[in-house]
Design a protein around this ligand. Structure first.
Ligand SMILES: Cc1ncc(COP(=O)(O)O)c(C=O)c1O
Length: 381
């Protein structure tokens, strides 16, 4: 059986959403086998008939804190870590709690498509300070961020590292954001779900680690699910450093929120953070090598431009050279490869029309086949 045929046995959205002849490179799931520690932990729970309601276990905060300390040199307060169904639920529930009735929420486009949905679901208005392109890298635009803060922002939904451009933000930028947020009374919701997948060419800096101000204004929302590929078992966490901010959020948050986590989700987070470092190292190396392969395959292709990326397995592609709006749609219809449309990463469907996001968290031969298909399509234009 070919690798693709084997993967098609899976039941996740990646493998079931499109017809069987499509190479799926849309949703952010990887194709690699799970970490043995996660597998064992989930199997053990099933064998122990241990599938009751979740309890906010101390081990979650402890394993997350020590993972953060080991990898990034920052020890979050483990007693202020709370489980939540997933990072999406954390985002929506915290926005509802922080700005009841809705407010103004800042993002940096091009941005992970669901941020827009979280913001509308919580009845808030989306505000944009787009990223800037500097020497082929996408970076935060601090002047624009300050301008938006001046005009009025309640919450800044910071994607760090950034999906889809795979940017690990610099310490200097994060320090400036914390200063500005304090000055303009903005709460920073730092979504750090991609952090463990920062490449060896960069360093991930937790927002809460950068300054006292950051700890006062920031809430981290994250999960091991993206980096350790367990999105389906449902588990995320919220991590506070400021007692005052924790009280402000938790007072408004429905009491049931932590209990709505899956017991398997909590177990897989603990196994990821406590026992899967070796697997993670190997996975990041695979992703780095996939980026090298992708860049080599695309080097001489006039229809595409790539960028410097230093986190995640999501490649942000400029497909201007194909000369069509919404190339993802044509690539799906005629090339039989599913990408995420660039416009999904704008705040109103009007931006990034000629871009697309490609998931390369897969095997090299699948990347090669996908590029071959897209290149064949490009030749017909
Ligand atoms: C930045 C970011 N946040 C959140 C999520 C979704 O997380 P969850 O499945 O825990 O809701 C994703 C998924 O790709 C993501 O890229």
């Amino acid at each position: 059986m070919s690798r693709l045929d084997e993967l098609r046995q899976r039941k996740s959205v990646k493998w079931r959403r499109f017809a069987e002849d499509v190479i799926p490179m849309h949703v952010a799931e990887m194709d690699f086998p799970l970490s043995p520690a996660i597998k064992n932990s989930l199997i053990e729970m099933i064998e122990n008939d241990d599938l009751g309601y979740a309890y906010p276990l101390d081990e979650l905060g402890q394993s997350f804190s020590s993972f953060s300390d080991r990898h990034w040199g920052f020890l979050p307060k483990s007693e202020m870590v709370f489980p939540v169904t997933d990072v999406g639920v954390a985002g929506v529930e915290l926005l509802r709690a922080l700005v009841p009735g809705g407010g103004r929420v800042l993002v940096n486009s091009p941005i992970y498509a669901s941020f827009r949905k979280w913001i509308s679901e919580s009845k808030s208005q989306i505000i944009d300070a787009p990223l800037r392109l500097v020497e082929n890298s996408w970076v935060l635009d601090l002047d624009q961020i300050e301008q938006r803060f001046k005009e009025g922002v309640d919450v800044y939904l910071l994607c760090s590292p950034h999906n889809p451009v795979g940017a690990a933000h610099s310490k200097e930028d994060l320090i400036s954001i914390a200063d500005l947020a304090e000055r303009y009374s903005v709460t920073v919701l730092a979504d750090e779900i991609h952090a463990p997948l920062t490449h060896s060419s960069a360093r991930f800096i937790p927002f809460a680690s950068v300054s006292e101000q950051a700890r006062e204004v920031g809430i981290t929302i994250t999960s091991s699910s993206k980096s350790f590929n367990t999105a389906g078992v449902k588990g995320g966490l919220m991590s506070f450093e400021s007692e005052a901010l924790k009280n402000r959020a938790m007072e408004k948050l429905p009491m049931a929120v932590p209990y709505r986590t899956s017991i398997l989700g909590i177990a897989s987070m603990i196994a990821s953070y406590a026992e899967s470092d070796q697997w993670l190292g190997e996975t990041v190396a695979r992703i780095e090598s996939n980026f090298k392969l992708l860049n080599t395959l695309l080097e001489d292709k006039p229809w595409v431009e790539t960028y410097n990326q230093n986190a995640t397995y999501l490649a942000w592609l400029n497909l201007e050279g194909l000369g069509i709006d919404n190339p993802a749609s044509e690539i799906l219809d005629k090339g039989r490869v599913s990408l995420v449309a660039g416009s999904d990463h704008s705040i109103d469907d009007k931006g990034y029309l000629r871009f697309a996001r490609m998931n390369i968290g897969t095997y090299p031969e699948i990347i090669e086949q996908a590029i071959e298909r897209i290149n064949a399509l490009a030749q017909t234009r």
